[in-house]
Design a binder for this molecule. Structure first.
Ligand code: AMX
Length: 435
């Protein structure tokens, strides 16, 4: 596998670079921690490292140094398609270089060879009550496959620390290959009376997902590619990435760690915001029976805030400008279905909400994140079961967190264990510094 060889060839230099940095500059300070950060979810505390992506507060995400528009321009595209192959994105995340079409197809072909989900996984999911949330089913499906872990098997047999990354990569390729089919199975089990289309070996990953979802149109295939690319990684501190990193740092395998990512993503302040956001848009639409005027919208938003609720899809812990992932999806919608009512509503909300939030004066970031629009686009394609939206986020996020985990093992990152203090200790620190 070219991918494995390329990764292996990078490791000596990276290991040396990190070792040298720690040895020669290990005591250099990279920041300080304040009392409000200790109580405030560690916001802005610089305590993690990843070379796979970086979120600039004003510019948004860069994956391996590339902005979203640059990725869409530079990553290889399948013949006849417009949006790049997801396999190319995964190659970039893992290797750090824009692949050729051939290299992107190598990943797509690896995924094709690995997508068979063990039948017992389906049995587990089928045995769950029908009202189980699809994110619970996704997390369970991933966890059920844990017994397949090559990393765990090799670890129990005895493995050198330097070799950990290799079975971690094998597991990651197996898991990411299976997730689209697992997601489509969950969709069909929950919402389509259990019917399941088998994967078509002629199709690449995104096209196969569209086929298994029963939405084989070209636009939906393109959207799947775009959706999987833009949600894949958002540096290391977001809840799903951090949960993965923490769990995998104990040398749990990628199945345990990705299941944890999905659990974190299922929270309304993280990935579930996309379903909450669409629910809010539909509430607005149903109240007025049409796309409301800007004034009507502003009043509705103020009422939401006065009721003590957040405007889902707006605000971000790190970003301070419109999320470029939001912009990419908005441009996609404007290109393919500019006249869709709910999509149009999402774009009108974008004209109104930042001002409303600024006037309220609480949110540090009044701009939309990706979740403000993604639901309206899936809705357009007839995926009206919005519980499912975060599942699609999850299969994309697994690409980023697994690439990070391969590198964390390759660089021998240790078990994560920050220190906690008591409130009395914090008060004593404050008193001492005031004295
Ligand atoms: N609507 C109303 N109030 C908001 C708000 C919003 N969209 N965004 C932030 N605020 C409020 C916060 O609730 C907080 O109020 P408090 O002081 O009474 O607790 C105050 O503004 C300050 O918050 P902040 O420092 O600007 O944000 P944060 O870093 O604590 O939280 C986030 C970030 C995303 C959780 C928050 O903006 C939010 O709840 N947004 C809505 C939910 C959402 O879109 N989540 C998706 C995030 C992206 C993702 O992970 N998928």
């Amino acid at each position: 596998m070219i991918l494995k060889e390329k990764l292996a060839s990078q490791l000596p230099e990276w290991r040396e670079r990190v070792k040298k940095l720690i040895k020669e500059s290990g005591e250099v300070k990279v920041g300080e921690v304040t009392v409000s950060q200790v109580y405030g979810g560690m916001r802005d505390v610089r305590g993690l490292v990843t070379d796979i992506s970086y979120v600039d507060p004003n510019e948004g995400i860069r994956l391996r140094g590339y902005t979203i528009p640059e990725l869409l321009e530079k990553l290889p595209v399948a013949p006849g398609a417009k949006i790049p192959l997801v396999g190319g994105l995964y190659y970039l995340l893992l290797i750090g270089e824009i692949p050729s079409l051939e290299e992107a197809m190598e990943i797509e072909n690896e995924w094709k060879a690995r997508w068979g989900i063990p039948p017992y996984v389906f049995d587990v999911l089928k045995s769950m009550p029908p009202d189980t949330h699809p994110m619970t089913l996704l997390s369970m499906g991933i966890l059920a496959m844990q017994r397949e872990s090559i990393f765990t098997r090799r670890y129990l047999q005895g493995m050198r620390k330097d070799d950990y990354w290799e079975p971690m990569l094998e597991d990651s390729l197996n898991l990411t290959a299976r997730l689209p089919a697992l997601a489509a199975f969950i969709y069909n089990l929950k919402y389509k009376a259990g019917s399941l289309l088998s994967p078509d070996p002629k199709l690449e990953g995104a096209a196969n997902f569209a086929h298994m979802m029963g939405i084989p149109q070209d636009e939906f295939i393109e959207l799947t590619r775009l959706y999987l690319i833009i949600h894949s990684d958002h540096e290391s501190g977001n809840a799903s990435a951090h949960a993965t990193h923490l769990v995998a740092s104990t040398l749990s395998d990628i199945y345990y760690a990705t299941s944890a990512a999905i659990d974190a993503l299922a929270g309304p302040l993280h990935g579930l915001a996309n379903q909450e956001s669409l629910a809010w848009l539909l509430k607005v639409y149903n109240k007025f029976g049409h796309v409301p005027t800007k004034e009507e919208l502003a009043q509705f938003a103020v009422d939401t805030l006065n009721a003590g609720q957040v405007i889902p899809g707006y605000g971000h812990a790190v970003l301070r400008k419109t999320d470029p992932r939001f912009t990419a999806l908005m441009e996609f919608g404007k290109q393919w279905f500019p006249d869709d009512d709910i999509f149009g509503l999402a774009t009108r909300v974008y004209d109104v909400i930042p001002d409303v939030l600024r006037q309220q004066g609480k949110a540090k970031d009044p701009w939309p994140n990706v979740d403000a629009i993604s639901g309206s686009i899936l809705y357009h394609f007839g995926i009206k079961e919005f519980d499912f939206y975060t599942v699609m986020f999850g299969i994309s996020r697994a690409l980023g967190v697994s690439a990070n985990t391969v590198w964390a093992r390759a660089l021998g990152q240790p078990i994560e264990r920050p220190k906690s203090l008591t409130t009395t200790m914090l008060e004593q620190i404050v008193e001492k510094q005031a004295a």
